[in-house]
Design a protein around this ligand. Structure first.
Ligand SMILES: [Zn+2]
Ligand SMILES: [Zn+2]
Length: 237
């Protein structure tokens, strides 16, 4: 019997009613220090690089590209033409050392029972997350993919899902915070790429960074991709 996944599954689209945990030690224990980023299906490698660089900038973790994975047996639902996210997560979980993180960009469209589709799906806390390129590039919504739209969506979803891996629930402070629940494509596009001050403080503490350092790292990433992001004024004390 594979080890039972007993931890809470966090859904990008599932509202979770709690604020950031005050127990920061939990995040520290769970936090993977290296994350392997890989594809499931046909995925442009530059998206994997973008995900890796986003993780490195936002959470101060190392990343490495991993070999592409095949879809697990039983994941494809022909009547929906979609892949079952929990089946994929369980399949990855079977072979993944618990101390190392893995983030998988899935070419196809993801769903789970009760949800029409998912942008991403993550263990919370945990070391595994998956994201659907078909949703993030807009093709599953019938849009022609453009980098201008896809780059920020991949950054936002990478940050969002890894924050769940660290144990952070959906943000209840600011509905544009990158960790707030996402209610659709328009909502994802309206979201910020960075954290609200509350989530920012929590993430920086768990990842061992001063807030200023965290911002500087993210600023460099945004600059590299030609994105302009406003940060709120740093709080006193
Ligand atoms: Zn979420
Ligand atoms: Zn927040």
């Amino acid at each position: 019997m594979p080890k039972k996944i007993h931890i809470l599954l966090a859904l990008l689209l599932l509202p979770l009613a709690c604020s950031p945990k005050s127990d920061t030690e939990a995040g520290k224990e769970q936090a993977p220090t290296t994350v392997t980023v890989c594809a499931m299906g046909e995925v442009d490698s530059r998206w994997l690089t973008l995900m890796g660089e986003t993780l490195q900038a936002s959470f101060k973790v190392e990343w490495k590209p991993g070999s592409a994975m095949d879809y697990p047996e039983g994941a494809y639902n022909a009547s929906r033409n979609q892949y079952d996210a929990p089946t994929i997560l369980k399949y990855i979980h079977k072979n993944q050392p618990p101390t190392e993180g893995v983030m998988v960009l899935v070419e196809g469209d993801l769903y789970r029972e009760g949800r029409n589709y998912l942008f991403g799906y993550a263990l919370m806390p945990g070391n595994i997350s998956i994201m659907s390129l078909a949703r993030l590039d807009g093709s599953a919504f019938g849009y022609q993919p453009t980098d201008t739209k896809t780059v920020p969506r991949i950054i936002k979803t990478t940050v969002h899902e890894f924050a769940h891996n660290l144990g952070l629930s959906h943000c209840q402070h600011d509905d544009t915070c990158v960790v707030s629940d996402t209610l659709g494509l328009k909502d994802l596009d309206n979201k910020q790429m960075n954290f609200c001050p509350t989530c920012e403080r929590w993430i920086c503490m768990v990842c061992g960074m001063e807030v200023e350092e965290g911002r500087e790292r993210m600023r460099k990433l945004f600059e590299k991709y030609g994105l302009v992001v406003e940060f709120s004024p740093l709080e006193e004390n």
